[in-house]
Design a protein around this ligand. Structure first.
Ligand code: MLT
Length: 393
């Protein structure tokens, strides 16, 4: 049976699987391993979310909940629409397609694209974008855009792809694209007919930040975005749903490719029966405006932990390049003698301090020489990491 040849061109394991494998090899060294690698949540679930899910599960002892709409209940779509709307932009519930997390939505979207789709992404970038393109499509092409945004726009103008992928605030750097830049990008997409896929998984961290100013949380704040942008959202990082799985795609009716939304609905219906009803009940509670302040407190805690790590490593000689809008630390050694490749830096932290980090090169070639640390870790693990790293690095 022939396999998709492009999946065979990928490294044998996904970045975070490789990290987990290497960390496991270190497990028996006697020192407690400090997991600052994958961005997995550690705060307890908010009680109203747990209550809503347990009530949903219990109610099924009386009356079973069977198949539901493949794109989510009407009530949840309304709540998501409220959550993603702002004084600057109104999102209609009918634009929302609820699924089991951002990563599967992204994969399902890609599976309706042509087999030779041309992608371009800003870098460093979340590795699942590249991996999904090569896992799903037969002969995709994938360009990492240059770091200078003016040069990137020029490149997009001269040689437009079919899909541009961006994440703002970006994983791993936390970079948030300015309004002016995003407007130029959206205008160009309209003129050159490319789709913009915006991974908005970290949007909540920008929204709650006192430094947000007029940075756009959603691309729909920009003129012309309704015809070229699909935005993907998730409750994983903002509300502790990494294990529960709940995300959505926003597909505006004015999108330039009218059959895209209907094809996606068609695909959803034939390959998926909707997000788990219990996760949807939890999501309804998570997005109830009365619970926003509690969710905000948790998100601020993650930002604070990232900041603690950043300031500590800065003192130890590292150069910090992440923004205040991300629960991650994006950093590289400042000392010439320590300038190693990312996997060597990963090994150094693992061997010397039993700290699991993420090698920057996993986010594309531009991440070589960098490491990412996660502020989603438990406070005790952040404190221990700081205690262990006492020498100047
Ligand atoms: C990350 O840590 O960047 C991701 O959330 C992990 C993943 O979902 O692949």
């Amino acid at each position: 049976m022939p396999l998709n040849p492009s999946i065979l061109s990928l490294p044998p394991s996904y970045l975070f699987s490789e990290i987990a494998k290497r960390a496991k090899e270190k497990q028996n060294s006697g020192q407690k391993l400090l997991p600052l690698g994958i961005g997995d949540v550690t705060a307890a679930l908010l009680p109203p979310i747990a209550k809503a899910m347990s009530e949903c599960a219990s109610s099924m002892q009386e009356e079973i909940i069977g198949y539901q709409s493949e794109s989510g209940t009407s009530l949840l779509k309304e709540r998501v629409a409220q959550f993603v709307s702002s004084p600057k932009t109104t999102i209609c519930p009918s634009w929302i397609h609820i699924q089991d997390g951002a990563k599967p939505i992204f994969a399902r979207l890609l599976s309706i694209f042509g087999r030779k789709t041309r992608f371009a992404s800003f870098t460093p970038a979340y590795p699942a974008f590249y991996d999904a393109a090569f896992s799903i499509l037969e002969e995709p092409s994938y360009t990492h855009l240059p770091p200078c945004l003016d040069t990137a726009l020029k490149q997009l103008e001269e040689s437009p792809p079919e899909v541009v992928i961006l994440c703002s605030p970006n994983n791993p750097t936390g970079e948030v694209f300015s309004k002016d830049f995003l407007q130029r990008l959206v205008t160009l997409a309209n003129r050159k007919n490319f789709l913009i896929l915006h991974d908005a998984a970290y949007r909540f961290f920008l929204e709650i930040s006192p430094q947000k100013g007029d940075l756009p949380a959603s691309l729909y704040e920009l003129e012309g975005a309704d015809s070229v942008v699909i935005e993907i959202g998730s409750l994983s990082k903002s509300h502790g749903f990494t294990g529960l799985r709940l995300g959505w795609a926003i597909i505006p009716p004015d999108l330039k490719w009218p059959s895209l939304a209907s094809s996606l609905t068609r695909l959803f219906a034939s390959t998926f029966n909707g997000a788990c009803c219990i996760a949807q009940a939890g999501a309804l509670a998570a997005l109830d405006p009365v619970n926003r302040e509690e969710a905000k407190k948790i998100a601020l805690t993650y930002l604070k932990r990232a900041n603690l790590l950043a300031r500590h490593f800065e003192q130890k000689g590292w150069v910090i390049e992440s923004s205040p809008f991300t629960p991650f630390v994006w950093m590289r050694p400042g000392k010439e003698s320590l300038k190693k490749d990312s996997w060597e830096l990963f090994d150094l932290l693992l061997e010397r301090y039993a700290i699991i980090s993420t090698p920057g090169v996993g986010f594309g070639p531009q991440g070589e020489g960098y490491l990412r640390l996660s502020g989603f870790a438990k406070q005790g693990d952040v404190d221990l990491a700081i205690e262990r790293v006492q020498d100047v690095l």
